[in-house]
Design a protein around this ligand. Structure first.
Ligand code: ATP
Ligand code: MG
Length: 304
C-alpha cells in the first residue's frame, strides 16, 4: 500500500509508550482499519531514510504470531508505522482490566510468543529485544501476536527519549552489559508469564518501603495488582512530583530507582510462581528464568 497521512482518518487513541503513541485509523481509499504508531525521532534525514529501509523487513515477516505491517512513512518529524489492528489490545491492558489471567490462557501466550520468537530468529535472524505484556496483542479471533520487535537498530538509537531501551523486563546478563541474545527474550517472557498469571509485576518489593501508597490503593484497589509495573511507574511519578513540589532537585532520580530494580534483578533469586499453579507451569517458568543464560532454555526446547 502507498500510505500517506492524508488518507488516514483517526478513529481512536490506543495508547502511549516511551517511544511514541499508537492510534486506530481508517485508510480511507481501501477502508482498512489499522493501528498507526507515531514515533518522534531525533535524526538527520539520511538516518531517517536508513530507518525506513530497515523497517522494510517488517513487510517480509509473514507469520500468524507476528503483527503484519502495511507500511511505514516519514511525516516530519515523525516516523509512522501502520500495522494490523488488534481489537482486544495488549495483555497489560487486559490483565489490568480483569486481574490475573487464567493459566490456560497464559499457556497460549507462552506458545504464541515462542512461535513468534522462533520465526523471527530462524527466518530473519532477528532478536525481539522487547518482550513484555504491552507488546503481546490479542484479537477477538483468539490470535495472539508479537509487535514492536527490534528490526531497526537506527530507530532504537534515534528515538527521542532517554528511557527507551531500559526495560524492567531485562535479563540479568543484559543488565550486566552482555549482548542481546534469544535467551534474553526468554527471560523477558518468563517475567511476563509470572506477571500475567499472578496479576502483578514480580519485582516491585523494592518500592515497598514507600510510606505513601494508600492513595494509590484508592486508585487501583488493594488487590496485589497495585504492585504491577504500571503502578510501579505511577508510584514513582507520584513520589517524584511530591518531592518536586518540595523543591527537590530530581536530576537522575528516576534512573536511580530503576537502578535499584536492576540491582535486585541481578542479585536476588529469580521470581517463581507458587504451588497454586500446577508443577508443569512452575517448571516452565523456572526454565525461562534461569539466571545463567547457559542454563536457560531456548525458544525451541521450550516449544517442545
Ligand atoms: P513502551 O513504549 O514502553 O514499549 P508500550 O508498548 O505500551 O510501551 P507502544 O508500543 O507505543 O507502547 O503502544 C502503546 C499501546 O498501544 C500498547 O500498550 C497497546 O495497548 C496499543 N497497541 C499497540 N499496537 C497495537 C495494535 N497493533 N493494535 C491494537 N493496539 C495496539
Ligand atoms: Mg509497544
Amino acid at each position: 500500500l502507498d500510505l500517506k497521512n492524508e488518507d488516514l482518518k483517526k478513529l481512536a487513541d490506543l495508547g502511549q509508550g516511551n517511544g511514541g503513541s499508537v492510534v486506530k485509523v481508517e485508510h480511507i481509499p481501501t477502508g482498512t482499519i489499522m493501528a498507526k504508531k507515531i514515533v518522534l525521532i531525533d535524526a538527520k534525514s539520511s538516518v531517517r531514510k536508513q530507518i525506513l529501509r530497515e523497517l522494510q523487513i517488517m513487510h517480509e515477516c509473514h507469520s500468524e504470531y507476528i503483527i503484519s505491517c502495511f507500511g511505514s512513512f516519514l511525516a516530519e518529524p515523525n516516523i509512522c508505522i501502520c500495522m494490523e489492528f488488534m481489537d482486544k489490545g495488549s495483555f497489560d491492558g487486559i490483565y489490568r482490566k480483569i486481574g490475573a489471567i487464567d493459566i490456560n490462557v497464559v499457556c497460549l501466550v507462552a506458545h504464541s510468543v515462542l512461535e513468534g520468537l522462533t520465526y523471527l530468529y530462524d527466518v530473519h535472524r532477528i532478536i525481539h529485544r522487547d518482550i513484555k505484556p504491552s507488546n503481546i496483542l490479542l484479537n477477538s479471533e483468539g490470535s495472539i501476536k508479537l509487535c514492536d520487535f527490534g528490526v531497526s537498530g537506527e530507530l532504537i538509537n534515534s528515538i527521542a527519549n532517554t528511557f527507551v531501551g531500559t526495560s524492567i523486563y531485562m535479563s540479568p546478563e543484559r543488565i550486566q552489559g552482555a549482548e542481546y541474545s534469544v535467551k534474553s527474550d526468554v527471560w523477558s517472557l518468563g517475567i511476563t508469564l509470572v506477571e500475567l498469571a499472578t496479576g502483578s509485576f514480580p519485582f516491585c518489593d523494592v518500592e515497598d518501603d514507600d510510606d505513601n501508597l494508600s492513595d494509590l490503593d484508592d486508585q487501583y484497589g488493594t488487590t496485589p495488582t497495585h504492585r504491577d509495573s504500571f503502578a510501579f511507574n505511577k508510584k514513582k511519578e507520584k513520589r517524584l512530583s511530591k518531592r518536586r513540589s518540595e523543591g527537590a532537585d530530581l536530576q537522575g532520580e528516576m534512573s536511580l530507582s530503576i537502578i535499584e530494580l536492576m540491582h535486585q534483578i541481578v542479585r536476588e533469586p529469580a521470581p517463581r510462581i507458587g504451588p497454586q499453579f500446577c508443577e508443569e507451569a512452575q517448571e516452565f517458568v523456572d526454565a525461562c528464568l534461569a539466571k545463567d543464560p547457559d542454563e536457560r532454555h531456548s525458544p525451541k526446547t521450550l516449544l517442545v
